[in-house]
Design a protein. Structure first.
Length: 420
């Protein structure tokens, strides 16, 4: 990938030249009227500052654009010597432009504004007018002396009451509502999902490309359990506006997806392709979700024993296998995700099983193995996941590993598995 850097550099150098010329004055200040000299200096300084600021903005925009290109060149370099040299040249150009930007700033490129005029002393509000003294209510008129009641007449001998009628049989209350089934304490939690964007695409990802509701729908537990659903057709390009290192950019993005689900757990892999000018970046977004196992099952000892989980994993363009072992007595989990032949993959080191946020989760270290695609050199990494469904019958999670010598070489996988 190449850029017309020479043209932009000439524009920037020309701008700097103009700035340098503008900073040299003519005439002897001693021979000029003081007021006229002050006005001329201020006008000249303002023009110089504006020229320097324009040059600085041009440098910053070019630096931001080169950074995006350098990141893309690094990602595409691999064993390609030419791509590596291109990345090195871009980094050298970035360093040179940053040096020029720094020099321009030190020479007054970001001129400070004149001391702002102090605001006039705020006028004090007038003393609020005191409310008039409330008028006192007239003395309430005293009630007349109450007339004394006449001597009450004595009641006649009370008649004996008729035998009281027996009350009707009281109506029975409706059947009280039964308390919730104690088993609900262990019911799976509501659907939730997590996502992991490849580092190359973090700045290029736009949430409107595929909304949160659409990403959640991709993981729909729609009963088609156990089948990989692949849509190899790219969706049409859409235009988005993003900001990278403070510089607004316009990109065109499209995507395609692959998904797989069980009864209580699902995963998906979305590939996004984004164009910036003549350059294109393609990166994956991995998602998993489901109905998390209720943490009370582990806390109350309903989960015990050792279990093996087997399932699927998405690793870029490949469909892999996932295998995990959970020891609910010792509260540990371990396993691997690997290709169909098992000769290359990612090892999931033993990790603790914990209750967090009411869910049963785990996280630990991961590392690559196998000679193919240099996987054994991916020695640094981690993985995380959750148990899903009643009785922790399923599991889902992510894994990411990084090349020990090439920090920009990162591999992501997402996995789903079921208790055997």
């Amino acid at each position: 990938m190449t850029f017309p850097l020479k043209t932009l550099s000439l524009v920037i150098i020309g701008t700097l030249g103009i700035s340098a010329c503008g900073s040299s004055g003519g005439g002897d200040p001693a021979t000029i009227n003081g007021n006229n000299n002050l006005t001329s200096d201020k006008t000249q300084q303002t023009q110089t500052n504006q020229t320097n600021q324009s040059a600085l903005q041009a440098l910053q925009q070019e630096i931001a654009r080169l950074k995006v290109e350098a990141e893309q060149a690094k990602a595409n370099a691999g064993n390609n010597q030419a791509a590596s040299e291109t990345a090195a040249k871009l980094n050298a150009q970035i360093a040179e432009l940053e040096r020029k930007a720094q020099a321009l700033q030190e020479s007054g490129g970001g001129s400070k504004p004149e001391n702002p005029s102090k605001p006039e002393n705020p006028s004090k509000p007038e003393n609020p007018s005191k409310p008039e003294n409330p008028s006192k209510p007239e003395n309430p008129s005293k009630p007349e002396n109450p007339s004394k009641p006449e001597n009450p007449s004595k009641p006649e001998n009370p008649s004996k009451p008729v035998n009281p009628s027996k009350p009707e049989n009281p109506s029975k209350p409706e059947n009280p509502s039964k308390p919730e089934d104690p088993g609900s304490k262990y019911n799976p939690l509501p659907f939730t999902f997590s996502e992991q964007i490849h580092p190359i695409g973090v700045q290029l990802f736009h949430p409107d490309m595929i909304s949160e509701a659409e990403r959640k729908a991709v993981l729909s537990l729609d009963g088609k359990a156990g089948s990989i659903i692949r849509d190899d057709n790219w969706k049409p390009y859409k235009t988005y506006h993003i900001v990278v290192d403070g510089v607004p950019l316009t990109i065109e993005s499209k995507y395609r997806l692959t998904r797989y689900n069980l009864s209580d757990a699902a995963m998906a892999q979305i590939y996004q392709s984004s164009k910036i000018g003549k350059n294109t970046a393609i990166f994956p977004i991995h998602l998993y979700g489901g109905n998390p196992t209720n943490g009370n099952e582990l806390t109350d000892g309903k989960l015990s024993g050792n279990f093996t989980y087997q399932g699927k994993a998405f690793a870029g363009a490949s469909d892999w296998n996932a295998k995990l072992t959970a020891d609910f007595n010792g509260k540990t989990v371990s396993g691997s995700v690997e290709n169909e032949t098992g000769v290359v993959g990612i090892k999931l080191e033993p990790a603790p099983i914990k209750v967090e946020g009411g869910e049963i989760r785990f996280s630990g270290n991961a590392k690559g193995f196998g000679d193919a695609d240099d996987y054994k050199e991916y020695t640094g990494g981690s993985y995380t996941g959750k148990f899903m469904g009643s009785g922790a019958k399923q599991v889902a999670g992510f894994a990411r590993v990084q090349h020990k010598d090439k920090p920009n070489y990162i591999r992501d996988v997402v996995f789903v598995a079921e208790k055997q």
